[in-house]
Design a protein around this ligand. Sequence first.
Ligand code: NIG
Ligand code: FE
Length: 413
Amino acid sequence: MEKNIIWDTLWIDVNLATFDDSQVPYGVIEDAAIAVQGDKIAWIGSQSDLKAPYTDLAHEVHSGNHGWIMPGFIDCHTHLIYAGNRSQEFELRLQGATYEALAEAGGGIRSTVLATRAMDEKTLFEQSAKRLKVLLSEGVTTIEIKSGYGLALESEEKMLRIARRLGEQFPVNVRTSFLGAHALPDEFLNAPDAYIPWLCDVLLPYLHEHHLVDAVDASCEHIAFSFEEVKQIFSKAKSLGLPVKLHADQLSDSKGALLAAEFQAFSADHLEYISEDSLKAMSNSGTVAVLLPASFYYLRETHVPPINLFRQYKIPIAIGSDSNPGTAPTLSLLTTLNMACILFRLTPEEVLRGVTVHAAKALGLQETHGTLTPGKIADFVLWDIERPAELTYWIGYNPVVHIVKSGKIVTPV
Ligand code: NIG
Ligand code: FE
């Protein structure tokens, strides 16, 4: 008898954590199956609803051995491309030097800028690829990568070109953010007021013209850029039709989250010192709160972001690794999830929503990514775990079995 095959791939013997908006915790469907057609999820449901023999339904049938399938992780805040490392600064910080004092003395971001400018594109690509692979091995299928260690035309372009190439050469969807307003570059130390006008009139338009920018980020902080300067950048981004996001209220309440909300930013990130007024504004603008527990941990910060207020104002919370050489030298999103539970007292479900459905929203990808929903891109991971919360529980253990990117198995990455 002729088979009436309808799907490319069918995964059976799995439990699903869909993270859809059903009221079920984690959007769980137990004893389930998931089908893929092309690069999209074609069907999800109870395995018992499948009538024909499985091999009649799909060209390939895989058993998940009763593990869990979840959406691929989305790391919505990284500074993955840089040269060198700052372990020397780490030692100084352990002896009592502060992040701010090191930055003011020419260390911090500016020292990474010098190293990144000096490294040729091929070597910088290879070093960044090495780090990317580690992140991907823990189930990341979409990543945001920022510029911001070039701070000059050629070097910002180099970083963003590398980000694009990483997305072409590895099984990951890369979204770029232009972070020209990360720190003041050395050439402008004598004319600090000239940097933002140059960034707005020359640097950003050039990179945008070369299709290297998916969103515009900035750092609004007393050691970085002011409310007014960020406003100029955001206005420029808006005039170019680019979405914005912001490093805000990390070290002090700089009203950054308020500004982000005014510009309907995709996200405001860090937010340890956010005020309630800014929070209210965020809840009206749909801006996602991206929390970054790894930098909180490395800076030995003690001021926890106001989690209960985020809950009260129903602001979606996402979690990012913030992977960077200064405040978050980590390549493990799983460890970051554990930190979010332990340090911020977020629940395992909040944390897992924070790297799936809410992280998708933080990148403007909510229509296509972040949940297991028919019609969305088939980016998902099969985990050898007994319950979803297990992913936030271990440190140093990676229970990935398979990573599926755009419908295809890509493990080992
Ligand atoms: O997200 N403005 C802060 N940027 C990074 C730190 C980057 C660095 O220190 O190199 C952050 O914490
Ligand atoms: Fe950051």
